[in-house]
Design a protein around this ligand. Sequence first.
Ligand SMILES: Cc1cc2nc3c(=O)[nH]c(=O)nc-3n(C[C@H](O)[C@H](O)[C@H](O)COP(=O)(O)O)c2cc1C
Length: 359
Amino acid sequence: MNTLFSPITFRSLTLRNRIGVSPMCQYGSVDGFASDWHLVHLGSRAVGGAGLVIAEASAVEARGRISPDDLGIYKDEHIDALRRITKFIEEYGAVPGIQIAHAGRKGATANPWKLGSRHEKVDLSDQDGGWEIVGPSAIPFSETSRLPKSLTKEEIAEITQAFGQAALRSLKAGFKWLEIHAAHGYLLHSFYSPLSNKRTDEYGGSFQNRIRFLIEVTQEVRRHWPEHLPLAVRLSASDWVEDGWSLADSIALSKVLKTLGVDLIDCSSGFIRAGDRYEQGPGWQVALASAIKAEAGIATAAVGMISQAQLANEIILNGKADLVFLARELIRDPYWPFHAAKELGAVTAILPHKYNYAI
Ligand SMILES: Cc1cc2nc3c(=O)[nH]c(=O)nc-3n(C[C@H](O)[C@H](O)[C@H](O)COP(=O)(O)O)c2cc1C
């Protein structure tokens, strides 16, 4: 029977436990470059005992950033600073992962601690450092948001290629786990959700057409990402809105993604429209991960308000998901894996020797 501290293997890679650091934007970059902050932020969570440390949404092109301060992977010059981080993470026993992303119509916003809040989108005008944003259709995120330009088929193909190049750069930077960000209302989600995609060409309309962009991106990424390394996709597994994207859609999509060499679905949800609110509570998205795992026959990660060791362990023990991803709780406590291991009576030698021998 598997527990939170059972190792797990994906392709050639073994994670020491089931705890993943969920990607978290740090808004700590200039022109997309990783900084010392990223080394400390990601590095300390590797030291704290997580099995997998996923770097935040990293833009595949500059206009695909959420804010001007986002991490980027849109040019070769970004690679060196990232390599320093992956080396450190691996040295301390965790697997370094990265989430590659395009913000689409939710791009060009202010860094949330400068203006607004985490889920409030405050657009930047061009004078304030903003840029033209793009999406499936000329439908804004909220009534007051910037109007996105509807992408042409040629532009869709260019962004698909940009995802492939980002995968290649991720590999060169030493990442061993790659996640395509297709959730939270950003570009790929905005194509598969019927709420934001009103296109009439082969990228809109039917389910098959709306998932086409993500399928093409996945194929392109898989072409550049080696066979022996795992690939994950983060979905908003439900829009939680009638007439929106549903869990049944996610199960159907996950079956297709599995045939394309995707190893795990990271099951988040929501955020396709401004103003939507969700009934959140401990483990509130676990049911999505468990349904996709059972019905699409693919490994899943559960995420969302998993803060208690017992809850995290129960999710793994009962086979509801293969991994648990934590975000805010790992901000509060980078040593959460160490504390959880103690609470559960699991392995204790979880910290690096430098610390472990001393306590
Ligand atoms: C500061 C912060 C930044 C985030 N940035 C990202 C991101 O870059 N990519 C992403 O997919 N989700 C992002 N999220 C969402 C988290 O990965 C996670 O799915 C969400 O916070 C729920 O998990 P939690 O309840 O453990 O915090 C972010 C969350 C926080 C708190």
